[in-house]
Design a protein around this ligand. Structure first.
Ligand code: FAD
Length: 465
């Protein structure tokens, strides 16, 4: 035995769930230790949200440089040095992850490198290649995140990639097949299509981005097709054969077997929680049938001094959800009455155009039998959108009929990812369409679309009939 190190709260995993929980716990007076086996920042900062958005930006710049003739701009010899793109992407990641390190240190949080494993409900062991150390804690917050699901017929390899492999390619492939037309498949497919890769998406469901309304996903689909992306829906990917220079993917379409050749295959079919290798069985923490940790409204597990947040509990696997839950768990440990409320949680796809949703959709409002108004306003009626040469899309605001309370919104259009914040605030603060309509929005901005959608809800929009 080693001498255990004592701490108040131990946080396992330093992704957007764990590092935020650690900081909030320290702010609330706890002595905090955070254990991370990989890199500070977790999936999100290192191989998720941030590097994918960096590549998306590079893809847009490159594509726009070549395709702005309608605005009178033509450029010859537009070149791309992909190793420089990757280096720049790395520098963005590095700024953020070192920033997280600085924040943790600045809050006097002990950062421990290694892999944590539960011994019992008050002790974990942290292993590195050369050492093992026990930590004794009063409370723990588990934030170990998730990893790509690996299908038996599609073992990951040099040519069969998961999202991390696709983010870290050292050259722009001539062609890429993608299994899974969800958020990650569409975002990365769009990136490489912008770089000139011949992209083919194979999706099992009726539509890509099936979590979004068809009115929204169909705009994205149209734009992908304009970039020469082939999209096959209702198909079943069956297997892959690796050749010297690529892969041959076999899939079934309407009962017929088809083959597709590509330089790489990207498989994005979902992520599974990292709950299988941390000794949860030693503590008796309950999981659901899919391996997610069961938690209450304070993110407390079945063991009362242990909390779980982020991708390892139920709900959407999103960075801002993990961070939000991290704050709630830290506050619960400090004895606050904080509870999770997902009503105002947004979800965004960084596609072209961007898609965003918050609160109720029209379909959900119908399902619940609510008396509601769905007020739609097109980007094409907004001056800024036209001046941005990006006037495709719409906002739909869902309000309660009796009093105009804003209960949801969907946006398909440029800037949707930022615009959704105002709607989230409205939902969170219990605002009405009138509150938004009466708020003076600067001209010309995309924010005016939100004001005008509120005016549509009230029945008196200025810029559409
Ligand atoms: P993670 O970020 O997965 O962090 C968990 C950490 O725990 C890891 O660093 C891991 O090394 C560590 N760990 C695991 N086990 C142990 C152990 N036993 N001991 C010590 N440490 C351990 N979400 C968005 O909201 N917006 C986006 O735009 C977005 N884009 C994405 C793009 C891609 C390509 C991917 C893959 C994901 C994206 N996501 C996005 C999802 C987002 O990354 C996750 O929801 C988020 O990272 C979850 O945070 P987390 O803290 O729960 O876990």
């Amino acid at each position: 035995g080693d001498f255990p190190i004592e701490t108040d709260t131990i946080v396992i995993g330093a992704g957007p769930g764990g590092y935020v929980a650690a900081i909030r716990a320290a702010q609330l007076g706890q002595k905090v230790t955070i254990v991370e086996k990989g890199e500070l920042g977790g999936v999100c900062l290192n191989v998720g949200c941030i590097p994918s958005k960096a590549l998306i930006t590079a893809g847009h710049r490159y594509h726009d440089a070549k395709h702005s003739a309608d605005m009178g701009i033509t450029a010859e010899n537009v070149k791309i040095d992909f190793s420089k793109v990757q280096k720049w992407k790395g520098s963005v990641v590095e700024k953020l992850t070192s920033g997280v390190g600085g924040l943790l240190k600045g809050n006097n949080i002990d950062i421990v490198k290694g892999e944590a494993y539960f011994v019992d409900a008050n002790n974990i062991r942290v292993m590195t290649e050369t050492s093992a150390q026990t930590y004794t804690f009063k409370n723990a917050i588990i934030a170990t995140g998730s990893r790509p699901i690996e299908l038996p017929a599609f073992k990951y390899s040099k040519r069969v990639l998961h999202s991390t492999g696709a983010l870290n390619l050292d050259h722009i492939p001539a062609s890429m097949a993608i299994i899974g037309g969800g958020v990650i498949g569409v975002e990365l497919g769009n990136v490489y299509a912008n770089f000139g890769t011949k992209v083919t998406i194979l999706e099992g469901m009726d539509e890509i981005l099936a979590a979004f309304e068809k009115q929204m996903s169909s705009i994205v689909k149209r734009n992908l097709k304009k970039k020469n992306v082939d999209i096959f829906t209702k198909v079943k990917a069956q297997g892959v054969e690796e050749t010297e220079n690529g892969v041959i993917v076999t899939y079934e379409e309407k009962g017929e077997e088809k083959k597709l050749e590509a330089e790489y295959l990207l498989v994005t079919v979902g992520r599974k929680p990292n709950t299988d290798e941390i000794g949860l069985e030693q503590v008796g923490i309950e999981l659901d049938e899919r391996g997610f940790i069961k938690t209450d409204k304070q993110c407390r597990t079945s063991v009362s001094n242990i909390f779980a947040i982020g991708d390892i509990i139920s709900g959407p696997q999103l960075a801002h959800k993990a961070s939000y839950e991290g704050k709630i768990a830290a506050e619960a440990i400090a004895g606050h009455a904080s509870e999770i409320d997902y009503l105002g949680i947004p979800a965004v796809v960084f596609s072209e155009p961007e898609l965003a949703t918050v609160g109720y959709t029209e379909a959900q409002a119908k399902e619940e039998g609510l008396d509601f108004v769905a007020a739609k306003f097109p980007f094409a009626a907004n001056g800024r959108a036209l001046a941005l040469n990006a006037a495709e899309g719409f906002m739909k605001m869902i309000t309660r009929k009796e009093d105009g309370l804003v209960i949801g919104a969907q946006i398909a259009g440029p800037g949707a990812s930022d615009m959704v914040a105002e709607l989230g605030l409205a939902i969170e603060a219990g605002m009405t369409a009138e509150d938004i309509a009466m708020t003076i929005h600067a001209h010309p901005t995309l924010g005016e679309i939100t004001m005008e959608a509120a005016e549509v809800a009230l029945g008196s929009p200025i810029h559409i009939i």
